[in-house]
Design a protein around this ligand. Structure first.
Ligand SMILES: NC(=O)c1ccc[n+]([C@@H]2O[C@H](COP(=O)([O-])OP(=O)(O)OC[C@H]3O[C@@H](n4cnc5c(N)ncnc54)[C@H](O)[C@@H]3O)[C@@H](O)[C@H]2O)c1
Length: 367
């Protein structure tokens, strides 16, 4: 017997076309209506979700669709040209037409690849994203950025291709590792600092409840974070100035990821990155010490890191200047000039950068 689906919220995103992000529990039953007119469905998923993918395929088959299931290599390993080519071969064998639908069921790696395959097959077919990690729900699956990695770096090949729907079923989060749930929380908290302070209050008033997979607090947090992303993306589909605010904490975060050879989770690196830019904004006279400290406090409450190894500044500085979002040699950061008031800081004084790094280094007394 299927459990009745409960749609808690529908958040509209206005991109090349308008689509909804559904947030709720047991949303499997919503899928056939979203697939709509198509005859075939190409369902892509990582090995960790094989059993669940069979359930999804069962529901769609019962609804009369021909389902082709593609099990991908796990996580980041899926985001390669080889895997994309394997998917194109399966689509070709299944005689997949322009009116058929791709479904990306999994974390951000899966939704990035599924979006890319959908963007490129027959120059673009519909994709429905079913994100199953917190990071993918509040970030990767919403907004239409798709892509794969090459040997030279992450996300170097891709396309903008908005989904026709995003289904965030919070019951999936029950299976997720606590570490991955926390890492996703960094992006939720980011939305709190750049746009919606109620997110911060919710986490601060009950951090444990905030981490209960399909509890009411996390449900509200996901809805609020999705609304922040949806509003930014609706106002600025392609990555130009407004969308840049979503990169809060990411410039320094990417440098950590690179320096750690991608062994740190993205969210953990972004958490430290946010504390770094908060220290920077404070030193540049943009925010007070209390708001800078609030970053450390709220991230700490959910168990995210707020410090990084000392003695690595030169490597991090070099990595930041190679970041694809850097313009020329000048470093640019998204910073706050108050709570929920993001702005940019271009070419900050190197002494301020070093002092900010010192303040977040392990072993510093700046607690
Ligand atoms: N397109 C965008 O705008 C955007 C934004 C942010 C991140 N991303 C991309 O997202 C990716 C990271 O996403 P991620 O953190 O979700 O990683 P991921 O997709 O690698 O998933 C992490 C792990 O969790 C497993 N998993 C997924 N759902 C699960 C569940 N419900 N229960 C148990 N295990 C589950 C996966 O198999 C994988 O092993 C990166 O490739 C990044 O580049 C894209």
């Amino acid at each position: 017997m299927t459990t009745a689906s409960q749609v808690h919220a529908r958040v509209p995103v206005r991109a090349e076309h308008e689509y909804d992000v559904l947030i709720g529990t047991d949303l499997l039953a919503e899928l056939p209506a979203l697939v709509g007119e198509a005859a075939r469905v190409f369902l892509m998923h990582p090995p960790s979700l094989s059993a669940r993918a069979r359930e999804v395929a069962g529901t769609l088959t019962e609804a009369g669709y021909q389902v082709v299931t593609e099990e991908l290599p796990d996580g980041e390993q899926a985001k390669t040209a080889e895997t994309a080519a394997r998917c194109w071969a399966s689509l070709g064998r299944a005689a997949f037409t322009r009116t058929d639908v791709v479904i990306g069921l999994g974390g951000g790696a899966t939704t990035d690849l599924a979006g890319f395959v959908a963007a490129t097959w027959l120059r673009g077919v519909r994709v429905i994203q079913v994100p199953t990690t917190l990071l993918a729900m509040v970030d990767a699956a919403v907004g239409g950025k798709t892509g794969i990695n090459t040997a030279e770096g992450k996300n170097l090949v891709g396309a903008f291709h908005s989904p026709s729907a995003v289904v965030c079923d919070l019951t999936w989060l029950r299976m997720l590792d606590a570490v991955d749930l926390r890492a996703g929380m960094a992006e939720v908290i980011k939305c709190g600092f750049i746009a919606d302070p109620r997110i911060l209050e919710l986490v601060e008033s009950d951090p444990e409840a905030a981490l209960v997979p399909d509890g009411p607090v996390l449900t509200e947090l996901v809805e609020r974070a999705v609304r922040v992303k949806a509003e930014v993306v609706s106002a600025d589909l392609k990555e130009s100035s407004l969308r840049e605010v979503l990169n809060y904490g990411h410039t320094f975060g990417h440098a950590i990821e690179l320096h750690e050879g991608f062994r740190w989770r993205h969210g953990e690196a972004v958490a430290v990155g946010m504390v770094f830019v908060a220290e920077l904004a404070h030193r540049a006279g943009l925010i007070d010490a209390e708001l800078a400290e609030r970053h450390r406090h709220v991230l700490d409450l959910v168990g995210l890191p707020t410090r990084y190894r000392a003695g690595t500044w030169d490597a991090l500085r070099t990595a930041m200047s190679r970041d694809k979002k850097t313009r020329g040699a000048t470093l640019r950061f998204v910073v706050l000039e108050g709570l929920a008031r993001p702005t940019r800081l271009t070419g900050p004084d190197p002494a301020l950068l070093e002092a900010s790094y010192a303040a977040i280094s392990e072993g510093s007394d700046d607690d």
